[in-house]
Design a protein around this ligand. Structure first.
Ligand SMILES: NC(=O)c1ccc[n+]([C@@H]2O[C@H](COP(=O)([O-])OP(=O)(O)OC[C@H]3O[C@@H](n4cnc5c(N)ncnc54)[C@H](OP(=O)(O)O)[C@@H]3O)[C@@H](O)[C@H]2O)c1
Length: 268
């Protein structure tokens, strides 16, 4: 993997090291190196502050999935970054449709990150927080019955009472963060912060991400640009009603491997 931005002496040295060490292309960055690049920002007093980042993958022509999944447009390096971002996070916020389509399982504890998580005061793995109005979720799945950290279900005040009961019976922590059956994106972020989950990661999907963008609560986008074209009518990474004025983000870092670009963009 190569760092394209920011351009520093370390970039050139790193590139040379990568090329020198791995002419066969096996010179992937260690997980510790990736974790350093993607570290969450600290607040002024040195402690963590509430920070919501998204991690998404898109093709060159803007598709966020192929055949209903993101795996066909991803790659091994993307999955390493995906795993690193999870390992840095307190919580993974995700829309119910992504949970259903991608067959979400609980986040796992990774020995490579165990010491860093303990030092940062984090549990062994991030909690998963599922956003759903219908609660049409299969609460018999391991995501709800046997996570390392209880799964959070964010829903609206009028969520079906029997489904709330089913979620709680399974072991999930149900949190009301909106009126009717809608979750208010800002309330969702605040509710998670209230549980101590300030290093937040959303993995979409596009309908949820669009609302987080529109509500102005997204701090950072980690975007994998996949060197693929798919045409068709796939969703793009953020959907729903558009914002009145385009929101400008600033490039924080850009990595490259095998033609895939891994950008990190922050709210200025
Ligand atoms: N390219 C990528 O990086 C990436 C990442 C993630 C997913 N994907 C792909 O995106 C697709 C799924 O994404 P999606 O956009 O269709 O769905 P999504 O955002 O994952 O989930 C939408 C569902 O979340 C719940 N929801 C969202 N906002 C809500 C709100 N404000 N209040 C209450 N509930 C809310 C609703 O669930 P209920 O219906 O239960 O009420 C809604 O149906 C899949 O094909 C997946 O592979 C791609």
């Amino acid at each position: 993997m190569r760092r394209l931005f920011p351009v520093t002496d370390e970039t050139a040295a790193g590139a040379a090291r990568q090329e020198g060490a791995a002419p066969d292309g096996a010179g992937e960055w260690s997980l510790a190196e990736l974790a350093a690049v993607y570290a969450y920002p600290a607040s002024g007093d040195g402690g963590p502050r509430t920070w919501l980042r998204a991690n998404m993958v898109s093709t060159l022509d803007g598709a966020a999935q192929h055949g209903g999944r993101s795996q066909p447009i991803s790659c091994a390096a993307d999955m390493r970054i995906f795993g690193t971002l999870r390992a840095l996070a307190d919580v993974v916020l995700v829309g119910a449709e992504t949970v259903r389509q991608e067959g979400y399982r609980p986040a796992r504890a990774r020995t490579e990150f165990a010491a860093a998580r303990e030092a940062a005061g984090q549990g062994p793995a991030p909690a998963v927080a599922v956003v759903s109005g219908s609660l049409d979720l299969d609460f018999s799945l391991p995501l709800y019955t046997s996570p390392l950290v209880p799964t959070v279900v964010l829903t609206g005040a009028d969520a079906p009472a029997d489904r709330v009961a089913a979620a709680e019976r399974a072991g999930a922590r149900v949190i009301v963060a909106g009126e009717g059956r809608r979750v208010d994106p800002r309330r969702a972020v605040e509710a998670l912060a209230g549980l101590g989950y300030v290093r937040q990661l959303t993995e979409g999907g596009p309908r949820l991400l669009g609302q987080l963008v529109a509500a102005g609560v997204l701090d950072e986008l980690c975007l994998t640009l996949s060197p693929m074209l798919t045409a068709g009518d796939a969703q793009r990474i953020a959907g729903g009603p558009g914002v009145s004025l385009p929101r400008r983000f600033a490039l924080a870092s850009l990595l490259e491997e095998d033609g895939f670009l891994f950008g990190r963009y922050r709210r200025p």
